[in-house]
Ligand binder design. Structure first.
Ligand code: AGP
Length: 371
């Protein structure tokens, strides 16, 4: 009924709006007097100190959350982090031993590919930490430790609030590692630590873009393809934006690292093609920002219709943005928590405009229990 859907036509929009709460519930209890506690974790600080490399294994949207984790964990801890699709991981014969930490991310905790990756890692004596949204599911049961996301049940087949919760959980793992092992950037880590706790309010603010995304969705619903570009943590956000659009609107959508444009994808740009660009903060990593501005001007000059997701007050992008979607300022590494939200709404609303069932896209299951 409409009441169950929080007055919306479909659950996914309700779940998008529940994201501030999903994030707050996932973070709650883990900040204790300036320290991160992973209380559900059966891993001592000493275990975290012994880690000499990290693998993240997951599928689909959860994999995209892992790609974001890599930027944060490598920067904060100087540990090498590899992120791998669970379905590729064990067939590749990865180098694992007892000092390897494998982080297995799965909303359902029942995804067969991820479960097999966990089994493979444990056979090789690696330690496995599961990030999961479902209490007592198979993946946490077979892992050495578990950090639960508390996004609540997700009805829509397309992951939204569980994605934001996974990103937050990844940050908690990264901060716990930095705390146990020390960091080269104590001031920055302290700031990100403090601002992570404040991100639910930023996500609440970004929900004010829903109406704009709805109008925009009607404008681009007839396009034959949509491209998504980003750099740094904006790159996985672009991949996730494209995945949402494929899943829900059955459109050709692709995410690229913006720096790769000139190595091929720029040939796809033609008049009127919508290109979504995920901008980094102009105050954070200024070089990245400048590079992206130049990418947007190139594609705009070739006739693309640019839809730019940028930090509020970022006036430098205005001349290149056919559509500007403003998101609140947060530290660069935390930006995916806000910049992903308008892309979720865009995909859902394009799907709805095209007449599809947003909550139950064709051919997809919420939990994929076969390899
Ligand atoms: C997300 O919109 C998809 N439904 C899918 O990519 C999903 O994230 C993937 O199947 C992994 O599921 P899991 O988190 O339950 O393991």
């Amino acid at each position: 009924s409409a009441a169950e859907k929080g007055g919306h036509d479909y659950f996914m929009l309700k779940e998008i709006e529940e994201q501030p709460e999903a994030l707050a519930n996932t973070l709650r209890g883990h900040f204790d007097g300036g320290r991160i506690v992973l209380d559900e974790q059966r891993m001592a600080d000493q275990d975290l100190r012994d880690v000499d490399k990290v693998f993240v294994v997951a599928c689909g949207t959860a994999y995209h959350s892992g790609l974001i984790a890599k930027y944060a964990i490598e920067h904060w801890t100087r540990l090498p982090v590899e992120v791998e699709l669970a379905s590729e991981f064990r067939y590749r014969d990865p180098v694992l031993d007892r000092d390897t930490l494998v982080v297995a991310i799965s909303q359902s905790g029942e995804t067969a590919d991820t479960l097999e990756a966990v089994r493979h890692a444990r056979e090789q004596k690696a330690r496995v930490l599961a990030i999961c949204n479902t209490n007592g599911a198979q993946i946490p049961r077979e892992s050495d430790a578990v950090l639960y996301t508390h996004a609540g049940p997700e009805v829509g087949v397309a992951a939204t609030k569980t994605f934001l919760a996974q990103i937050a959980a990844n940050f908690l793992v990264g901060l716990a590692l930095a705390q146990a092992r020390g960091t080269k950037y104590p001031d920055e880590v302290a700031r990100e630590f403090a601002e992570l706790e404040a991100t639910p309010a930023a996500v609440q603010k970004v929900l004010s873009t829903v109406e704009h995304m709805r109008t925009l969705a009607r404008d681009v619903a007839d396009s034959k393809a949509v491209l998504f570009l980003g750099r740094h943590v904006g790159f996985p956000v672009a991949l996730e934006g494209a995945l949402k659009l494929k899943e829900l609107a059955y459109m050709h959508a692709e995410g690229f690292a913006a720096g790769e444009l000139k190595h091929g994808p720029i040939a796809l740009i033609e008049s009127g093609l919508p290109v979504v660009v995920v901008m980094p903060s102009p105050k954070g990593r200024a070089v990245l920002h400048a590079k992206l501005v130049s990418n947007i001007s190139e594609i705009q000059a070739r006739g693309a219709r640019t839809i730019v997701i940028a930090e509020e007050g970022d006036d430098t992008v205005r001349p290149f943005a056919d559509e500007l979607v403003e998101v609140p300022a947060v530290p660069t590494l935390l930006q995916p928590l806000v910049s992903s939200v308008p892309l979720q709404v865009l995909a859902a609303e394009i799907a709805r405009t095209r007449g599809y069932d947003v909550d139950k896209p064709r051919n997809l299951a919420k939990s994929v229990t076969v390899e």
